[in-house]
Structure formats: structure tokens, C-alpha cells
Design a protein around this ligand. Structure first.
Ligand code: NDP
Length: 321
């Protein structure tokens, strides 16, 4: 079985940043891309809030830059999905990863950067207009809707936070909540209530996002009365939660109830030695490219230190094996 010092799983900002640091430290990192090389940013258009790009940059182009930078220092990038993991709890021992159900590799250190996926309603119209008025990130895309009317779907803290954020840019924000109440915390609900240009519609479900080239409105239905109507809007924001891509590590790594990996405060370390979690796979609060990149750097620096500390133990374990 192939034996590697450092395997990085995922190619969003966290994974590529970890790769840059690990490659420059001569850990000879191998990166597995996952099913969506480049991660969530490849599904967005302009990125204007990543430092270093004063004119902004397209999401896919930025991820291509990340990739080139990682490759420049010798990172090996392999197209493949980690479909299985047997993580060791013994310091210094190899972890075994299964790639695409058939190949196995062993890694002294594993840096998880598998990200999270925004949840969508699953409507055909929503998919077709993605990036053309449909977005799952108000902080990333809200600016493009300055002066326009928008709709936000969801009743949790994200929906409350994103609608108040959008209300600073947009003359009118309509929030659609499928139940007759918020799930969001009281303090977040109060913020919405105190924002005059937000209208909240309860018991309301989205039937269709309207528009040919870009969003022009949303057809909604009241699930109590059955009444349908159209809300005119240029933007349609999903805020119905995210799902971290961590299923493959379930039962081995400490996670919260949703599946976000728990790291030791102020570090990228997990409950298992030599396994580090970075980016959105462990962050349900900030979820930004720049914060993901920061934790990717932490993961690589910790992996480097771990390899130095356990150099002899790894060798001993191998000799015994
Ligand atoms: P949540 O899971 O808390 O809320 C999701 C919301 O979306 C619920 O109102 C849910 O409705 C609704 N929803 C889910 N699926 C659908 C659907 N198919 N159609 C319509 N509505 C749907 O997710 P959040 O992203 O809001 O929050 C995730 C976590 O992050 C929470 O722990 C939250 O507290 C935290 N967070 C904290 C923030 C802060 O403190 N500043 C900011 C953002 C998030 P229903 O209630 O009917 O299930």
C-alpha cells in the first residue's frame, strides 16, 4: 500500500492553502480533489472579499490560482474521492484511506478540508438560475443586489442574519418561512423585527423561481390556505442550512449533531492524533474563503509539527508491523 506523509482531502481554499504550506515544508502532500474540484467557490461568480484581489476575481479563476500556487511547490493533486477512512487512535501510526471505493493509501497525517454544501430546495428553476439571481450566500453575493428587491428562504439564524445583512443593501427583503414561527434565536428574530424593510411571510413555501436569464420573481404558496401569488424580486437567497461533508468520518471523529468536526479550541487538531480538520468541515459560523484558508494554514503547520514529534514513533510502529 502506498505510504504518504501528508494527505489533504478537498480542494477549496482550506485544502489548497494547507497544500501550499505542507509542500513548502517538504511534506510532499497529496491532495484528493473530491467530486467538486475547487469547492463551493467554483459555483459563485465574482469574489470581492478575498484580500489581495483589489478588482475582485471570478470564483473558478481564484481556485485555479490556488491550485497553481499549491502545484508550484510540488503538491500532487489527484482526482478522486475519499470514500472510506480507518483512522488510527495511536500516536504515530498510519491512517488508511480508501479512494473511489477501490484503492487504499496510508497517511501519517490527514488534513480534512472537505467543506460543506449549502442545502437547496431542489427545484429545477432554482438550479437553472443558480449564479443568475439564485445564491446560497448573502455575504458573498448580496452586494450585486444593491438597490434591488430580494427574497430569502429559511427561518433559522442564517436566514435572520442574511436578511438583516441584505436589508442594508436592498430596499425590500421578503423572508419566506415554511412554519408559523422562526427557528432562529430570539435576539436574531428581534433584529429582523426592528428592521422596517424586511417583510416576513409565515406558512409560505416556494413553488418556483421565476425568470429566463435572471431571477424576476418567486411564485409562492401559503400552505394553510393554498393561496398562490408571485413576489417580484431580482434575487433569491437560500438560507436553509448547510451540511458538512464529513459522513465518511462519522463515528471516528468528534462531531456536533449536524456533522461539523470538533477541533480543539484555537487549533485544527481533532480527537485523533495526526488528523486535522480545516475549513467549512469544522466551521459553521464564519464559512468564508479567507477563514477557511486560515485554518488550512493551521492544519498544515500542525501536521508538520506532528510529523517532527512522531518521526521515530512512526518508524517504530512500521518496524513492529
Ligand atoms: P437551521 O437548521 O438552524 O435552520 C434552517 C431553517 O431553514 C429552518 O427554519 C428550517 O425550517 C428551514 N428549512 C430547512 N429546509 C427547508 C426547506 N426545504 N424549505 C423551506 N425551509 C427549510 O440552519 P441555519 O443555517 O440557520 O443555522 C445553522 C446553525 O448555525 C445553527 O446552530 C445556528 O444557530 C448557527 N448560526 C448562528 C449564527 C449566529 O449566531 N450569528 C448565524 C448563522 C447560523 P424548519 O424550522 O421548518 O425546519
Amino acid at each position: 500500500m502506498e505510504k504518504l506523509d501528508c494527505v489533504i482531502i478537498g480542494t477549496g481554499p482550506a485544502g489548497y492553502t494547507a497544500a501550499v504550506y505542507a509542500a513548502r515544508a517538504d511534506l510532499k502532500p497529496v491532495v484528493y480533489t473530491g467530486m467538486e474540484p475547487g469547492g463551493q467557490l467554483t459555483t459563485t461568480t465574482d469574489v470581492e472579499n478575498f484580500p489581495g484581489y483589489p478588482e475582485g476575481i471570478m470564483g473558478p479563476e481564484m481556485m485555479e490560482d490556488f491550485k497553481k500556487q499549491a502545484e508550484r511547490f510540488g503538491t500532487e493533486i489527484r482526482f478522486g474521492m475519499v470514500t472510506g477512512a480507518e483512522l488510527s487512535s495511536i500516536p504515530g501510526q498510519y491512517h488508511t484511506l480508501t479512494i473511489d471505493e477501490d484503492t487504499q493509501v496510508q497517511a501519517k497525517t490527514v488534513i480534512i478540508a472537505t467543506g460543506a454544501s449549502a442545502k437547496y430546495l431542489g427545484l429545477e428553476s432554482e438550479k437553472r438560475l443558480m449564479g443568475h439571481g439564485v445564491s446560497a450566500c448573502a455575504i458573498c453575493d448580496g452586494f450585486f443586489f444593491k438597490g434591488k428587491e430580494v427574497v430569502v428562504v429559511g427561518g433559522g439564524d442564517s436566514a435572520a442574519e442574511e436578511s438583516t445583512y441584505l436589508a442594508k443593501l436592498c430596499p425590500k427583503v421578503t423572508v419566506l418561512i415554511r412554519k408559523d414561527e422562526w427557528r432562529a434565536s430570539q435576539i436574531m428574530q428581534n433584529r429582523v423585527k426592528n428592521t422596517p424593510n424586511i417583510e416576513v411571510r409565515y406558512n409560505t413555501e416556494t413553488q418556483e423561481v421565476l425568470g429566463d436569464q435572471t431571477v424576476t420573481g418567486v411564485r409562492v404558496k401559503n400552505n394553510q390556505t393554498g393561496e398562490e401569488e408571485t413576489i417580484e424580486a431580482d434575487g433569491f437567497f437560500l438560507a436553509i442550512g448547510h451540511k458538512p461533508n464529513t459522513d465518511v468520518f462519522q463515528g471516528q471523529l468528534d462531531m456536533d449533531e449536524v456533522g461539523y468536526i470538533q477541533t480543539k479550541p484555537g487549533t485544527a487538531s481533532t480527537n485523533l492524533p495526526g488528523v486535522f480538520a480545516t475549513g467549512d468541515a469544522q466551521d459553521k459560523i464564519y464559512r468564508q474563503a479567507v477563514t477557511a484558508a486560515g485554518t488550512g494554514c493551521m492544519g498544515a503547520l500542525e501536521a508538520e509539527r506532528y510529523l517532527q514529534e512522531h518521526e521515530e514513533e512512526v518508524t517504530d510502529a512500521q518496524v513492529e508491523a
